[in-house]
Design a protein around this ligand. Structure first.
Ligand SMILES: C[S@@+](CC[C@H](N)C(=O)[O-])C[C@H]1O[C@@H](n2cnc3c(N)ncnc32)[C@H](O)[C@@H]1O
Length: 559
């Protein structure tokens, strides 16, 4: 059985190498030296090059851009610091794969030229033979792990890959779902080859960070890895040839901390590269020359699209801002739940013995933690009536209740500002809003949560809520949960509160929305139906229609 499997694999290896020799598209796009340097420095390859245990892999080395840069560092260490790696150390340092023998030959001769002043020709024969492997990386077997994995995996449309090979890749790599490009398999295999303290740094299109076919890989990363660094290079020419893509560097490790350093379109200089390394190894660094340093701790969650606030997301938002009215302009209102100044005193059991008209059923953020309303029998004390703050004397039971807490209540800032009304809550309570249908949005999670309330509760502080005269609230819920709400809020609130998202009223009000009556009635009915469920995938399709999204925008939405 084992022999059969080995035969089948070697047959596939042959096919892959035949393909590698052909003129077919194989994703040959080579990385520019300054970008290679940034990745080698930021991922720690440069710092750890002379450490005994360092093992580097380049899974698709092309003409050797990464390996040449590493060889140059080895040479520099020798010339500047007189540190020479032993032959054994050197031989074990690197493994570089490619299916194209001509690429490998070019890479070998370039690396030889760099190292020939330090090692003899016979030594280099040994080193290059060990380093460069003419084989399909995705089919290769490994019995060791690696401390550093760097490269620029090929992106090849699946139609171009020989059928049997593609079938084998799909069989081996579970994250290669739907129309996943081959680079997804490179990510999966390389992540599995990382040692415990290992670091992976790839430059690649960023498409998978948002779209559907990247979901499996995102989920794998969310489960067992950590996104340390994301650098978008959208406006830049990161490659030797012009390629129409959105390149980005993703650096991934098994670190336990959840922070991601996000850099948009940096000015990549030597100082910048060193600075990035410092940021990643020293939490105290909080500015960077060459790009604004954004630290996020809410980026990677399950298989959700990663929203970085990068230029294509912002482009989409500005189109939506130009073409659609704000949520409030379409007839929806965003309110803030009532703050009391002392929930211990004002949030009470429904059976508390005070005048019934003063008790309004309340929901607090605590009861929304699970994403649904956990029923409760609490009420908020309403210290207002139609004329403003109540006359306490008219409510003797309430007066006696408040007198028990007189000192606490009078100690509040609001009571000091208005001593006559020392018993009032900070915010007004509106009984009619408690009985209105609304969407509750708690400001407690990094992910937008939208809960429908049929009119049972008055929201307490840390809950925002939306009422609407025009929009059906279930349909609105479907729209907000499709991902578009998260994109808006993320863009508007990314930088506040140390990278935590805040679903503040001011950001919610800026969300753009089509006018309800302008939406096709079939879509309205569908949205209303979906808004009763949690089916965000179906919602995305309809949302893409009502916002007339193009292909790029659909990907941002995670389609
Ligand atoms: C995007 S290029 C990157 C080259 C190099 N890493 C760089 O950045 O300059 C991708 C390379 O992957 C190679 N390649 C494609 N499929 C491969 C496979 N299954 N295993 C190994 N290499 C492969 C191609 O021949 C090509 O040279």
């Amino acid at each position: 059985m084992k022999i059969q499997v080995e035969l089948a694999t070697s047959e596939l290896q042959n096919q892959s190498l035949l393909w590698g020799e052909s003129s077919a598209e194989k994703g040959e796009v080579f990385t520019k030296p300054e970008i290679v340097d940034l990745m080698l420095i930021a991922s720690g390859v440069v710092d750890e090059l002379t450490s005994i245990g360092t093992r580097i892999i380049e899974p698709s080395c092309g003409q050797g851009e990464f390996i040449i840069a590493i060889a140059k560092r080895i040479k520099l260490n020798y010339e500047k610091a007189n540190v020479k790696l032993t032959l054994v150390q050197l031989v074990n340092l690197i493994k570089a794969y490619d299916i194209s023998s001509s690429n490998i030959d070019i890479a070998k001769s370039n690396v030889r030229a760099v190292l020939s002043s330090i090692y003899t020709s016979q030594e280099l024969d040994l080193v290059l033979k060990a380093w460069f492997i003419h084989a399909d990386f995705l089919l290769a077997d490994f019995d060791e792990k690696f401390t550093h994995i760097v490269g620029n995996p090929p992106y090849i449309r699946i139609e171009t890959i020989p059928t049997a090979l593609l079938a084998e890749y799909r069989k081996r790599f579970v994250t290669m779902i739907e129309r996943a490009d081959i680079y997804i398999a490179f990510y999966e295999k390389c992540l599995d080859l990382l040692s415990n303290k290992g670091v992976l740094s790839f430059i690649c299109t960023d498409r998978w960070t948002k779209n559907r076919y990247g979901a499996g890989l995102r989920s794998k990363i969310a489960k067992s890895f950590q996104l340390d660094l994301f650098v978008d290079l959208y406006g830049q020419n990161a490659f030797m040839s012009d390629v129409m893509t959105y390149p980005a560097i993703t650096q991934i490790s098994k670190n336990k901390q959840k922070q991601t350093c996000v850099l948009h379109n940096p000015n990549v200089t030597v100082d910048f590269c060193n600075n990035v390394r410092q940021c990643l190894t020293n939490v105290k660094v909080n500015t960077l020359d060459g790009a604004e340093l954004i630290v996020r701790n809410d980026l990677v969650k399950d298989d959700k699209p990663w929203l970085f606030g990068s230029s294509d997301e912002l482009e989409m938002l500005s189109r939506l801002e130009r073409e659609f009215p704000t949520l409030e302009e379409t007839g929806c209102s965003v309110y803030i739940g009532a703050a009391t100044g002392s929930n211990k005193v004002y949030i009470v059991d429904k059976d508390l013995d005070i005048e019934a008209s003063r008790k309004i059923p309340v929901i607090t953020a605590k009861e929304l933690k699970s994403g649904v309303i956990e029923s409760n029998s609490n009420c908020i004390i309403n210290t207002y009536d139609d004329n403003g703050v109540i006359e306490l004397e008219q409510y003797p039971l309430l007066r006696d209740y408040f007198l028990q807490f007189e000192e606490t209540l009078k100690g509040r800032h609001i009571a000091k500002m208005a001593p006559l009304h020392w018993f009032k809550t900070i915010d007004r309570v509106y009984p009619e809003r408690a009985t209105a249908q609304k969407l509750l949005i708690p400001d407690i999670k990094s992910e937008l949560t939208v809960i429908f309330d049929k009119g049972s509760y008055h929201p307490n502080n840390s809950i925002y809520y939306v009422c609407a005269d025009t929009w059906n609230l279930y349909a609105l819920r479907a729209v907000l949960l499709s991902g578009i709400g998260q994109i808006f809020i993320q863009a508007y609130s990314t930088k506040i509160s140390g990278g935590n998202l805040r679903f503040q009223a001011q950001h919610l009000r800026k969300i753009r929305l089509p006018v309800w009556d302008d939406i096709d009635s079939r879509i309205r009915t569908e949205l209303t139906r979906i808004g009763r469920s949690e089916d965000t995938e179906e919602a995305k399709i309809l949302v893409a229609q009502i916002y007339s999204m193009n292909e790029k925008e659909k990907q941002i939405l995670g389609m």
